[in-house]
Each structure stands twice: as structure tokens, then as C-alpha cells.
Write a protein that binds this ligand. Sequence first.
Ligand SMILES: CC(=O)SCCNC(=O)CCNC(=O)[C@H](O)C(C)(C)COP(=O)(O)OP(=O)(O)OC[C@H]1O[C@@H](n2cnc3c(N)ncnc32)[C@H](O)[C@@H]1OP(=O)(O)O
Ligand SMILES: O=C([O-])CC(=O)C(=O)O
Length: 409
Amino acid sequence: MSEQTVQIRTSGKVLQSPCGPIVHGLEDVLIKNTTISDIDGEKGILWYRGYRIEDLAKFSNYEEVSFLVLYGRLPTRSELKEYERRLKSSRDLHPATVEVIRALAKAHPMFALEAAVAAEGAYDEDNQKLIEALRVGRYKAEEKELAYRIAEKLIAKLPTMVAYHYRFSKGLELVRPRDDLSHAANFLYMMFGKEPDPLAAKGIDLYLILHADHEVPASTFTAHVVVSTLSDLYSSVAAAIAALKGPLHGGANEMAVRNYLEIGDPSKAKELVEAATKPGGPKLMGVGHRVYKAYDPRARIFKEFSRDYVAKFGDPKNLFAVASAIEHEVLNNPYFQQRKLYPNVDFWSGIAFYYMGVPYEYFTPIFAVSRVVGWVAHILEYWENNRIFRPRACYAGPHDLQYIPIDQR
Ligand SMILES: CC(=O)SCCNC(=O)CCNC(=O)[C@H](O)C(C)(C)COP(=O)(O)OP(=O)(O)OC[C@H]1O[C@@H](n2cnc3c(N)ncnc32)[C@H](O)[C@@H]1OP(=O)(O)O
Ligand SMILES: O=C([O-])CC(=O)C(=O)O
């Protein structure tokens, strides 16, 4: 590959190579224009479609926020009602998908979710129609309508997939979705088979609002890479789930709570935090962010909710107390201060879930239940001006080696 002359906007880590600079981890590399969400990483501000996350958390709910993220504006009352009706009528899964989830009942739910989304896509007739249209290069009004319908189906079905996996994993009867409950309340109802406590339903709703979109993190970028080949929405969402699963991304919410449980005592927080400052030491889960060089605004909101939740239901495993002690150490430790590492969205999010009875393996799947709207909104935005992603790598090995037959090596 020849030397690059393109100017790349980056303040991040650049590796030198014989072919030119390599922007390690694509830090600050712009991949497209977007109107979906924006982050001010220095000030710690997040907007969805121009609305501050704090306002949406206070005044809205997931149904309205997901409409906003997908369609670009707040719905009217009748539009919202119709959108909710469509979501509720799409909650059921294809029988083949249910079988896939059952077969993976003992696996981590993120594996099951990936497989379930792919299975649902294989059987969705709208998806097959869209695949056929894309095959001949057609993406006009009719196909866009199909794509939005599929997007809504994905939003509607992910909660059912996660709840069904939980029921299978416990050997319990499935609880069919109820169309008189909100997205958040129905999710808890399908998991536990009873109407949820209102504060628990509010907590899930708040979490879903706060995770709906975040510009182009690893999972959303993965979704772009997949659809840029004109692969389908379900496959792209399955791939995004695979990327979300890792502990450097969405998987950190599970890991953070597992740390709090392992420590169990706020007096041990300093030890854990100091271990993370040692060269080669374990990273502190739920801390640090590629874009935020300030406190993550979502973490601030969810910390308040977690405080309210433990005030009502108690903190018998010391999760809130341990997390508070870790936060205190992080904010006062020069290692974290110099690198501008603050608690991120995954730091506080699992505490209330744990006390609602949600096992920690389900924290990242619930992230996906929310983020699916961000993924599909970005996919549809990218398809308006699609080009296949195909970067280059600088080859650093030898050329033209002489092939030696196996018995002469
Ligand atoms: C929803 C989400 O995805 S939010 C992120 C969830 N992930 C986590 O919480 C996992 C822990 N955090 C991390 O691993 C990182 O902060 C990431 C992956 C989020 C961001 O990574 P990057 O932008 O690549 O930052 P990078 O790894 O270059 O870190 C910069 C410096 O801070 C250090 N650092 C970053 N995060 C942490 C951490 N959690 N604990 C200890 N040190 C850390 C790095 O070791 C590096 O130090 P150095 O400059 O001495 O080498
Ligand atoms: O933006 C990121 O890199 C990760 C993140 O916080 C998210 O996806 O919500």
C-alpha cells in the first residue's frame, strides 16, 4: 500500500508503519455524517436527535425515545399510539427462533441472542423480500418501508428473546408477551411471570432510554460494516450483538457487578482500583471511555436511580456501597485523573438489575434490547448513501518466499 496523503482528524494514538500512519482503533476517524446522536466528550453531554439525554430521561419513555431515534422527531400522540400498537403486535417470535433459544438454554444469553436474531431473520418474509430487492440493487420507497417495518420488528422482538432465554435457562414455562403493558413492564413480566414493581419497571425504562444510541461505538460500527455489503438488517444486528458482548464494550456492565460481588466490602475498593493502575493489571470495568473525557452523563443519571432503588429495597450485597467506594477511589487517584478516566454507563447500571432478580448474565442482553434501535437507525441512515467498508492494512511480512515441499522442511 502506498503512502497516505489523506489528512486524518485524530487526537488519538497513531502507530507508525512503512505505509504511513495507522490510526490505532480508528480513534476519532469519521465514518459518515449523522443526525441520530451527538456526544460532547469533554463536557460529558449526550443528545439524541438534538434532545438532551437528561430531558428524555425525565420526561419521556422508551417507546417515545425509540420512535425519536428511528424516525428523527418526537411523535404526535396518535403516531405514538400507532407505533406502540405495531410494536406490541410484533412481540411474538417465529417457532424456529424459540427452538434456537431453547437449544441454547444453558449458554450465555448473548450467544443465544445472536443466534435468535439470525434465526428470526431467516424466517421473516419481509426480510427475504428486502434481500431479493437489494440483490438487484433496488432500494426505493417500497424497500425503505420494508426496512423500517423490519427495524420495528427487531425492536419489538429482542425483549421476548431475552426473556424466553431466561425462562428456558431456569426450566420455567414461557410467559407470552402481554399487549397491555409497556415495553419495559412487559419485559419484566415475561421474565418473571408477574407484573413488576413500578420502580423496577421505571428502572428498566430509564435504562432503555439511556442506552438507545451512542453515535458509532464498536457494535454500531460493526452493524455498518455488515450492511455496507448489502447484507440484511437481522444479520447486521446479530453481528452488532457479537461486538457488544465483549468486556471492553457492553459486556462491562456484567463484569462491573461481578467485581462488586467478589469484593463484597467497600474497604477493599482501594486494592481493586490500585491493581488496575499497575502495568498489565486488570482494567477496571465500568471505567474509562473512548469519547468521554468527563463523567458519562448516563452514569450520572443511573447512579441517582440506583441510589433511589437501594433506598427503597436495601443494599444487602453492598453493591451500591462498594461501587460508591470504587468511584471515590477512582476520582481521587492520580492515575485515573491524569488519563481522564471516569465511571462510564456500565459502572452503575447493573446494581438495580441485580436487586430486581435479573442475573448478571442478562445485563448485556438488556443493553442490546435498548441499543437495537440505535443500530437499526444507523443502518437505515447509512443505506441512504451506502458504500462498502474496505480499509487497508500495511503488510509487514516477507514476499516471494520459495515454497518448500513438506518432507523437506
Ligand atoms: C458501553 C461501553 O462500551 S462503555 C465502555 C465499557 N468498557 C469498560 O468499562 C472496560 C474498561 N475500560 C476500558 O477498557 C477502556 O477505557 C475503553 C475500552 C472503554 C476505552 O479504551 P481506549 O479509548 O482505547 O483507551 P486506552 O485503552 O487507550 O486507555 C488510555 C489509557 O488509560 C488506561 N485505561 C483505560 N481504561 C482503563 C481502566 N478501565 N482501568 C485502568 N486503566 C485504564 C489505559 O491503560 C491507557 O493507559 P496508558 O496511556 O498508560 O497506556
Ligand atoms: O461509545 C462507546 O464507545 C461505548 C458506549 O458508551 C456505548 O456504546 O454506549
